[in-house]
Write a protein that binds this ligand. Structure first.
Ligand code: SAM
Length: 261
């Protein structure tokens, strides 16, 4: 084989890989564009969604208490969706940049942000891939949050490394991922096929990195584990079983909180 034939083969492989990646992105964006209008309503109708806001705002409060910062601290909400969590954190006094790849999610986030009145100035939304955003963003920040996003990334550990390198010393990274130990997560693949298309989110996951792997790699990135807890139950009528189901074997999500050393 001549060297130009070898180069031609390499180029074809690269082109195929790039187009497979952009196709995957387009399909994933279409899924989230479709969900955008109804996603914010889930925060009104579903307690598991309200729990998310409470968990992330609690972490934001800890950051404020710890730093007692004179200026408004900066927060990144990576994969902000309709911006409900970003808005709640801005209400606490942070300058928040919400980043999301779905155009419709960003449109909804912009529209809902208008409800925040004067606080609107503290909220900015950017339509971008989180990895690409972080590669070109060189400011530091005190808090990074990401709710139910890392499972959709193809290389979440690379994103964690980029966050760790810009997080201020003492700053916090809080993110949630599926609780892969949950029995409900174990049966989920068997029922996804019969669910309506809007609930087949697993088809768009890019990895199954679990909490143990994040914890293992964190130390080398200068992060220490602050908290790890499970939360979230499906929106079922629980017939008095709630106290049993509030157990890590059933709860569907895991929250990981790291502090920059
Ligand atoms: C399940 S939704 C969660 C939205 C929001 N964090 C929340 O909890 O309300 C996942 C969001 O991540 C976004 N997303 C997924 N992969 C992304 C990527 N690589 N870059 C930017 N946004 C991404 C999707 O567009 C979607 O809005």
């Amino acid at each position: 084989m001549t060297s130009s034939e070898a180069h031609g083969g390499f180029r074809r492989t690269v082109v195929r890989t790039v187009s497979a990646v952009s196709q995957r992105r387009a399909v994933q964006n279409a899924f989230f564009d479709e969900l955008a209008e109804s996603f914010a309503q889930r925060y009104e109708n579903n307690r598991a969604f309200r729990d998310r806001v409470a968990l992330f705002t609690e972490e934001a409060r800890f950051v404020l208490d710890r730093h007692r910062l004179a200026r408004s601290p900066r927060c990144l909400d990576l994969g902000c969706g309709p911006g409900i969590i970003a808005g709640a954190i801005a209400n606490l006094g942070f300058e928040v940049i919400g980043v999301d790849r779905s155009e419709k999610m960003i449109n909804v986030a912009e529209r809902l942000a208008a409800r925040h009145g004067p606080l609107r100035e503290r909220l900015k939304f950017v339509r971008a891939d989180v990895g690409e955003f972080l590669s070109s963003y060189h400011e530091s920040f005190s808090l990074a949050v990401s709710s139910s996003v890392f499972e959709y990334l193809s290389d979440p550990q690379e994103v964690v490394a980029m966050i760790a390198s810009r997080l201020e010393p003492g700053g916090t990274l809080a993110f949630s991922i599926p609780n892969f130990d949950s029995l409900l997560r174990v049966v989920e693949p068997c029922i996804q096929g019969v669910l309506p298309a809007r609930s087949r989110y697993r088809e768009f996951w890019g990895n199954t990195t679990g909490s143990a792997e994040y914890v293992r790699s964190a130390f080398d990135l200068g992060l220490s584990l602050e908290r790890l807890k499970t939360f979230g139950l499906p929106n079922l009528s629980l017939y008095g079983l709630e106290s049993v189901l509030r157990n890590r074997l059933f709860q569907t999500m895991t929250l990981l909180v790291f502090r920059r050393l």
